[in-house]
Design a protein around this ligand. Structure first.
Ligand SMILES: O=P(O)(O)OC[C@@H](O)[C@@H](O)c1c[nH]c2ccccc12
Length: 266
């Protein structure tokens, strides 16, 4: 496992151990949102009137440092949803990304689009927590998990009505895809070199078994890239920094979506 990822995963294990003490599973199950019927990102990605973009709320990252420390989560996520986001991705990690579970819950109260809990899930507890805070989808990162762990955590998620996005970056990780997973995210960014390579992602996507919903993640900053990826069979486009680094991320998103719609119409 790559260094920064190993560090994050080690940190997550300590956070989970503490959380289990402070807020046992029983308490999670008693949260009102725990019984909420989830929204399907797979279904939303198929709606032709939406953009296909999963718009991410991210304050900072280990590679970029501070990206946005001024735009409130309520404002940005509502603007994203109103402008045609097919889904939202919200970082809930505090230490490395400056997010929190409360960010997701605040957005949940305001939007009717699927929300992905963007975090580093290594324990079943975090899946239950995702449900309790109002998420619809969890991210599982192939690099951090064995195939068996992916299957076990996916089963827990599906039993709670949550969908799973399995993120990968290398050919070796293809073997972690199974019938348990129906949505695969291909990270365009290499977590070691931070280099973005769209062609590599397209080549990797071509090797996925048929029937998987494909999401391209990271480093997307223009409409032509989205069109290229769509033509290669991707139906979702996860974008964070390109909008978050603007003064008004919601307005930037609206402009981008309008330009995308115009280009598609031509
Ligand atoms: O900000 P970008 O380059 O548009 O990327 C968004 C998203 O793909 C990226 O934040 C991400 C991809 N995989 C992750 C795993 C954990 C945290 C964050 C991520």
């Amino acid at each position: 496992m790559k260094d920064i990822l190993a560090e994050i995963v080690a940190y997550k294990r300590t956070v989970v151990a503490t959380a289990k003490q402070q807020r046992p599973v029983q308490a999670l199950e008693n949260e009102p949102l725990f019984n909420r019927a989830g929204l399907s990102l797979v279904d939303f990605l198929k709606q032709p009137q939406k953009s296909g973009i999963i718009a991410e709320y991210k304050r900072r990252s280990p590679s970029k440092g501070v990206i946005n420390d001024h735009s409130p989560v309520e404002e940005v996520t509502q603007a994203y949803a109103n402008a045609g986001a097919s889904g939202l991705s919200i970082l809930t990690d505090d230490h490395f990304f400056g997010g929190s579970p409360e960010d997701l819950t605040q957005a949940r109260a305001l939007v009717e689009v699927p929300i992905l809990r963007k975090d580093f899930i290594v324990d079943e507890y975090q899946v239950l927590e995702a449900k309790a805070i109002g998420a619809d989808v969890i991210l599982l990162i192939a690099e951090c998990l064995t195939k068996e762990e992916v299957q076990r955590l996916s089963t827990t998620a599906h039993n709670l009505g949550l969908e799973v996005l399995l993120e990968m970056h290398t050919e070796a990780q293809l073997q972690k895809v199974s019938d348990y997973v129906n949505m695969v995210g291909i990270n365009n960014r290499d977590l070691v070199t931070f280099r973005v390579d769209i062609d590599r992602s397209i080549a990797l996507a071509a090797q996925l078994p048929a029937g998987k919903v494909k999401v391209a993640e990271s480093g997307i900053d223009n409409i032509d890239t989205i069109i290229t990826l769509r033509n290669a069979g991707f139906s979702g486009f996860l974008m964070g920094e390109h909008f978050m680094k603007q003064k008004d991320p919601g307005a930037a998103f609206l402009d981008f979506v309008n330009a995308l719609a115009q280009k598609k119409a031509r």
